[in-house]
Write a protein that binds this ligand. Structure first.
Ligand SMILES: Nc1ncnc2c1ncn2[C@@H]1O[C@H](COP(=O)(O)OP(=O)(O)OP(=O)(O)O)[C@@H](O)[C@H]1O
Length: 391
């Protein structure tokens, strides 16, 4: 656990970069610092590894004041990743990754073996070990930066805009892999970004900073979206925060039914025209095969004889968000979303009205915004699905 106790920083020129910030970054979680440029995010991050000394308050790691450790010693237990990776240009990739192991005087073989293992972990081909940073793409360099920070297996990682310098597609890949890696490693991570989408995607908790180094809200991403603490946060999150919230409503909230679902061997005369006439054909294991348009089943034939339109994207009821379900409904030829289990078997279908009713119910559960309070609003919020299927 990293604890900020009334931390302030006024730079010698009088700039107030942090103003009485108190928060707790929980062990094994990702805490994201987000906010406007100049809001003090980087300054706050750097007080943890003593690259910046506060002018007031204190920072503790697992109850110990960071000032009680010498900076060099402290930083050995804290990985640090920055924008543009900050690699040493004249060192090979494996030597860049092994920087801290070399400092710790591991023998060269052990350090290089560790570097190779980490390359695999972060998705870099072993053939790149002997290359130099300039011979890698921006995204690959960022992976090296992450691997280097992980090399001495530090319990704490500080990441300052680590994925900002790459294009959106590579960025999304790096974020996904980062989340996969964290699910295995459970590091205590503090992550700085100015991008609210990145904060929502990655953060277990999100701290929103505004100019003057003020912490305006510290909460789970879903609560920040549902109950922005003030107008600044609401505006920072953006006009489409309603849509973003859909990530946090579980798809299982949607009422599912078997309306218009029939086995593929159903004879034409047993197919009752439904209200919109589309029929979803399923096989003997209830795997969806495709949609038959109204009147598409030839008389005397079976559902399987109709030209079936592709099912399109489905959503996994137990894991996905209602955003994935809505996406599936919008892209479905019938306007109905197909919900499946982990084995791809049909659980049920829902149309846009069903989904909209579930969204309205979930919205009604959200309470009005509390007064500005930098402490977590509640600890009992169930984490809802995050990420899930493509939205
Ligand atoms: N060494 C310094 N001397 C004086 N002022 C500084 C110094 N470092 C940062 N500042 C100022 O402190 C404030 C907070 O800066 P900081 O870099 O922490 O913000 P940030 O939220 O990380 O911003 P960004 O998103 O633009 O990186 C800014 O006004 C900045 O100009």
């Amino acid at each position: 656990m990293i604890t900020f106790e009334g931390v302030s920083k006024t730079y010698p020129d009088g700039t107030v970069a942090l103003d009485d910030v108190s928060l707790e970054c929980r062990t094994g979680e990702i805490t994201v610092f987000v906010g406007t440029s100049g809001g003090g995010k980087t300054t706050a991050l750097r007080t943890i590894n003593r690259m910046v000394e506060p002018t007031g308050g204190r920072v503790l790691i697992d109850g110990a004041d960071v000032r009680d450790s010498r900076p060099a010693e402290l930083r050995r237990g804290i990985g640090y990743v920055i924008q543009h990776a900050g690699l040493f240009p004249h060192r090979t990739i494996e030597d860049n990754i092994a920087t801290v192991p070399y400092l710790l005087r591991w023998n060269k073989k052990k350090a290089r073996d560790t570097a190779r293992e980490l390359m695999e972990r972060v998705g870099l081909d072993a053939s790149m070990a002997k290359r130099y940073p300039f011979q890698l793409s921006g995204g690959q360099q960022q992976r090296v930066g992450v691997a280097r920070a992980l090399a001495a297996d530090p319990p704490v990682m500080l990441m300052d805009e680590p994925f900002s310098a790459v294009d959106p597609v590579v960025r999304a890949e790096l974020q996904d892999e980062f989340l996969r890696l964290q699910a295995e490693l459970h590091k205590t991570i503090v992550f700085v970004t100015h991008d609210i989408d990145e904060a929502i995607k990655l953060g277990d908790r999100v701290a929103v900073f505004k100019t003057g180094g003020k912490l305006v809200q510290f909460d789970t991403p879903e609560n920040v979206l549902a109950r922005p603490a003030d107008d600044f946060v609401a505006e920072f999150i953006g006009y489409d925060r309603g849509i973003r919230r859909l990530w946090f409503i579980p798809a299982s909230e949607a009422p599912l039914s078997d309306r218009g679902v029939l086995p593929a061997d159903t004879p034409a005369d047993r197919i009752r025209a439904d209200d919109d006439g589309w029929t979803l054909a399923v096989d003997g294991s209830r795997r969806p095969l495709g949609w038959a348009a109204p009147g598409a089943v030839p008389s005397g034939g079976t559902l399987a004889d109709a030209p079936l339109k592709p099912v399109g994207p489905t959503f996994t009821v137990a894991r996905d968000s209602i955003r994935a379900a809505l996406n599936a409904a919008i892209l479905s030829p019938s306007g109905r979303a197909v919900g499946v289990d982990d084995d791809g078997r049909l659980v049920g279908v829902a149309d846009q009205h069903d989904l909209s009713a579930a969204i309205t119910r979930a919205g009604a559960d959200a309470e009005p915004a509390p007064a500005v309070d930098a402490k977590p609003a509640s600890d009992d919020v169930e984490p809802a699905p995050k990420g899930g299927a493509a939205g």
